[in-house]
Design a protein around this ligand. Structure first.
Ligand SMILES: [Mn+2]
Length: 200
């Protein structure tokens, strides 16, 4: 498996997509403060999914914010967006300045420890803007994040540092799966914000 050298902002995928890793974009002094504010202020709730016809309640917690009370369906369950908080708008602005893109919603994930992760999937729901940027901002524990090509099965991984930004766009979701692998090495929480564009 390739572990990408992330010294420069560039595409970490070798073909069939574009994933830019920016490294830390939040100042060291603000990283811990944002993390604690997000832990306290976000309306965290356990996620629900329907898998093989069964309703599953995840250990991971999620929350969903946006410009409007968007409805958004994934894993066969429908979620409703809450209005932006001041903090989320501030973070959205920082992300937009880095990627040069705009977003109208944010899905937040809280992984309490390394036991919690996310299985292989792509973000290709029909409500998402096609080929749009999905920008992922990370806080808390540093975790490995992996991509796997749907046909060649090639994998690429990156360590998502606290305060770092990763931008997935172009053909990425059509050709690559991604996941957050579980790990025994992490026993503290990770918070991840994924800014997206919904086309209702
Ligand atoms: Mn995803």
């Amino acid at each position: 498996m390739d572990l990408f050298n992330t010294d420069l902002v560039s595409n970490i995928l070798p073909y069939d997509g574009e994933v830019n890793y920016y490294g830390k974009i939040i100042s060291e002094k603000n990283i811990a403060q944002y993390y604690h504010q997000l832990l306290e202020d976000i309306a965290w709730q356990h996620d629900q999914a329907i898998i093989f016809g069964k309703l599953i309640v995840t250990k991971r917690k999620v929350s969903w914010y946006g410009d409007e009370a968007f409805e958004y369906t994934y894993s066969k369950t429908t979620k409703h967006a809450l209005p932006w908080t001041k903090l989320l708008l501030e973070l959205k602005n920082v992300v937009e300045q880095n990627t040069g893109e705009t977003y109208n919603s944010c899905l937040l994930n809280l992984y309490h420890n390394g036991d919690e992760g996310m299985a292989w999937h792509s973000d290709a729901e029909k409500d998402l803007k096609k080929h749009g940027s999905i920008a992922s901002l990370s806080f808390g524990a540093e975790r490995k994040f992996s991509f796997k090509h749907k046909t060649t099965k090639q994998t690429v991984s990156v360590i998502l540092e606290k305060g770092s930004l990763l931008d997935m766009k172009g053909d990425t979701q059509s050709h690559w799966l991604h996941r957050l692998p579980p790990t025994k090495k992490v026993n503290t929480p990770r918070i991840n914000l994924t800014f997206r564009t919904i086309e209702p």
